[in-house]
Design a protein. Structure first.
Lengths: 75, 321
C-alpha cells in the first residue's frame, strides 16, 4: 500500500487543501491545521490503518513526514 | 433523588454543573452550588497548587457533597494541580485546553470521575475511547476560551457520537436552556456566566455589573489570530486587540496584551482594560441572587417547560401516530 498517497488524500479531504501543498516536509501548521484538525486526522487514520496512535505520538506530529514515518513503522 | 444518568454518575440531585471559571469559580461559589444539589466546580486556571488547595479546603469544610476542580491543561501548574486533586481525592475533575489522556490511569486509580470540555466530535470520540466518564460539549456562545461550533449543532452530534453522558455548555443561563439541552441529547448542562452573578461569587462588583448590563451583541471573540480565541464583553481592551489584529501585530504581542487581564477585572474591577470573560448568555442574566436559588430556578423552569410539552405530546403526537 502506498501510505503517502493515502495520507495525502486524507489530508486533502480533511483540511480542504490542494494536493500540491501536501509534501513530506510540510508542517501541519502551514496547512492551517489546529489541534482539533490534528485529532480529526488522527482518528481517521486510526480507522483507515486499523491501529492506535497514542497521545504522546500525536504530540510529536509536526509534519506530514512525521505521520508517514510512524505509519510505515507500525502498519 | 437520583434523577437521571448524569445525576447518578456524579451523585448529585440536579443535572446542573457550575463552570470551573479561572479566578471566578472559588470555593465559596462551588460550595453554594453543591449544597443546592448541583455540582460546584473550582476553577484552577493558571493558579499554583497552594492557592487551589485553600479553595478545596473551603468547600470540604462546608459540605460533604460532591464537587469538582477544573484543570486547565495548558497551565504551567497543571501537573501540580493534578497531584493535589489526587491527594485530596476530589470526586470529579473537569479538564480544558487539551487532552487529559495521559493522566487517566492516575485519576481512575483514585476513583475520580473525569469530564473533559470539548468543542469537536472527533475529540469527544477519542476521549471516550480513553475512558472519560462524561463529556462537556461546549459551544462558542460560552465565555473565555471558545471553539468554533455553536451549542445547537455541537451537542446533538457529540451526543450521537458517544455513549457516555453529554453535558451541554455555552449559551445556557436558565431553565429554557436546560430543557433545550435535554432535547438535543444532553443529560445536563454546565453554566458559567449566570453564576458570575451569584451572591457567593467573589469577583469585583464591576465585573458583575458588566454582565448584568450586557445586551445580546455585547460580547466579542478576541485573539483569533493567536489560535486561542477568547470571548469577552466588549470594552477598551477588546477594541485595542481588534486594532492590533487588524494591523497584523504578532501573536506574541497580542498574547502579552492579555496577560493578567482577567485578574485585573476579577480583583480590581478594571472593566476598561480587564479581560471581562463572559458568554453570550450575559444578556439573559438580570439579577444577583444566591447560587442555590439559581440552581433551583433553572431546574423548576426546565420542568415546567417539559410539562408543557408533555401536553403537546399527549394531544398532537398521539393523534398523529
Amino acid at each position: 500500500m502506498d501510505i503517502f498517497a493515502k495520507v495525502k488524500e486524507m489530508i486533502v479531504e480533511q483540511l480542504g487543501v490542494e494536493e500540491e501543498e501536501v509534501k513530506k516536509e510540510t508542517a501541519f501548521k502551514d496547512l492551517n491545521a489546529d489541534s482539533l484538525d490534528i485529532v480529526e486526522l488522527v482518528m481517521a487514520m486510526e480507522e483507515e490503518f486499523d491501529l492506535e496512535i497514542s497521545d504522546e505520538q500525536v504530540e510529536k506530529i509536526k509534519t506530514v513526514g512525521d505521520v508517514i514515518q510512524y505509519l510505515e513503522a507500525n502498519v | 433523588m437520583q434523577k437521571n444518568e448524569l445525576c447518578r454518575l456524579l451523585n448529585i440531585e440536579f443535572p446542573i454543573l457550575q463552570g470551573g471559571m479561572a479566578w471566578v469559580a472559588t470555593g465559596e461559589l462551588a460550595a453554594a452550588v453543591s449544597l443546592a444539589g448541583g455540582l460546584g466546580i473550582i476553577g484552577a486556571g493558571q493558579s499554583p497548587a497552594d492557592l487551589i488547595e485553600r479553595e478545596i479546603n473551603k468547600i470540604q469544610n462546608l459540605t460533604d457533597k460532591p464537587f469538582g476542580v477544573n484543570i486547565m491543561l495548558l497551565s504551567p501548574y497543571a501537573e501540580d494541580i493534578i497531584e493535589l486533586v489526587l491527594d485530596k481525592e476530589v470526586p470529579i475533575v473537569t479538564t480544558g485546553a487539551g487532552n487529559p489522556g495521559k493522566y487517566m490511569d492516575n485519576f481512575k486509580r483514585k476513583g475520580i470521575k473525569v469530564i473533559p470540555v470539548v468543542a469537536s466530535v472527533a475529540l469527544a470520540r477519542r476521549l471516550e475511547k480513553q475512558g472519560v466518564d462524561a463529556i462537556i460539549a461546549e459551544g462558542m456562545e460560552s465565555g473565555g476560551h471558545v471553539g468554533d461550533i455553536t451549542t445547537m449543532v455541537l451537542v446533538p452530534q457529540v451526543a450521537q457520537a458517544v455513549k457516555v453522558p453529554v453535558i451541554a455548555a455555552g449559551g445556557i443561563a436558565d431553565g429554557r436552556g436546560l430543557a433545550a439541552a435535554l432535547a438535543l441529547g444532553a443529560k445536563g448542562v454546565q453554566m458559567g456566566t449566570r453564576f458570575i452573578c451569584a451572591e457567593e461569587c467573589t469577583v469585583h462588583q464591576n465585573y458583575k455589573d458588566m454582565v448584568l448590563k450586557a445586551k445580546d451583541r455585547d460580547t466579542v471573540i478576541t485573539g483569533r489570530t493567536t489560535g486561542h480565541p477568547v470571548r469577552i464583553i466588549k470594552n477598551k481592551l477588546s477594541r485595542l486587540i481588534d486594532q492590533m489584529e487588524a494591523q497584523g501585530t504578532t501573536k506574541e504581542e497580542i498574547e502579552n496584551m492579555g496577560v493578567g487581564r482577567l485578574r485585573a477585572v476579577v480583583k480590581e474591577g478594571d472593566t476598561a482594560m480587564g479581560s471581562v470573560m463572559a458568554g453570550q448568555s450575559s444578556a439573559m442574566v438580570e439579577t444577583i441572587e444566591p447560587a442555590g436559588d439559581i440552581v433551583r430556578q433553572v431546574m423548576a423552569q426546565a420542568c415546567e417547560i417539559m410539562n408543557n410539552h408533555w401536553e403537546l405530546n399527549q394531544s398532537c403526537c398521539r393523534e398523529n401516530k
